[in-house]
Design a protein around this ligand. Sequence first.
Ligand code: SAM
Ligand code: SF4
Length: 327
Amino acid sequence: MAEQLIDTFGRIHRDLRISITDRCNFRCQYCMPVEGMVWTPRDDLLTFEEIERLARLLVERFGIDSIRVTGGEPTVRAHLPVLIEKLAALGVDLAMTTNGATLAHIAQDLRDAGLKRINISLDTFDRDRFVSLTRRDNLDAVLEGIDAAIAAGFDPVKVNAVIMKGVNDDEILEFAAFGRAKGVVVRFIEFMPLDADEAWSRDKVMPLADIVDVLSAAYELEPLERGSSPAARWRYADGAGEVGVIATVTDAFCDSCDRIRLTAEGQFRNCLFALDGVDLRALLRGDASDDELADVLRGNVAQKWAGHQIGTVAFIRPKKSMSQIGG
Ligand code: SAM
Ligand code: SF4
């Protein structure tokens, strides 16, 4: 059996998130500033070969069995299906998170390359609100992207909706109806303090409990086993699928977190809220052996903290925003 990446709290890490770019074709309010993002220069991004080497090491040596490709917006990276094919060959549960804007054109290529699951981010069905939230007029393209993902056979297709009080909390039931009608799993996400504009405040968070109240007033929900999923999950009692809430702020899942992260410039991070990471790119480009890389990975995970502490005086906001770490 492979060695396990285990920390001092006994948490075993099996889920790798790889950000492949910090660039994006959107500028979501809760993630990026309108302008002024400085993109990582191309030569500083890990190459597909470097990403593959690290992923293979993590899979073969440490038993990582699930990989999610993310960003920034992963679909803006050229030749994405080539990377997907390399990662799919590792035999893991391979998923991607995308804003969906170009999926209508590439969903089938990604599926054919071996991508199994897809999460598409969509926070509103209202066009003006979409423009205000993403600072782009792409609602129709994202809706077409969701249809293309369904047609390409991704299973499941999930829709991620960040719900903010006074912004889009009046659309929860519309999301539920959409998920039930299309056969997609809706995941409501609490707004986290990782926005580049630093406009986050606790009163803008729509808490899990309130989201569930809204859903339960319209539908009978039955709780589902959570496992290592970051989402609290329910099935609709009438059999029309499932729905979930990722409650990072009001019901943190740190105790069962099994995630590790690789940023686009090759930093290894053991938590979304970690204050820094280790520079694997320097090791890769300095001809480090697999054993040397493995020592660094093992040592970094061993030191993982208990949790992010949002809502307490101990919380320190990471300097990087969601798009730079990889959501
Ligand atoms: N660009 C892709 C997308 O939007 O799906 C992938 C990267 S994005 C950073 C990953 C996820 O993080 C998206 O579902 C997005 O809605 C979510 N996200 C970004 N900023 C967030 C924040 N401050 N709080 C909660 N979720 C956030
Ligand atoms: Fe881009 Fe995704 Fe961030 Fe929106 S949430 S700005 S689509 S990286």
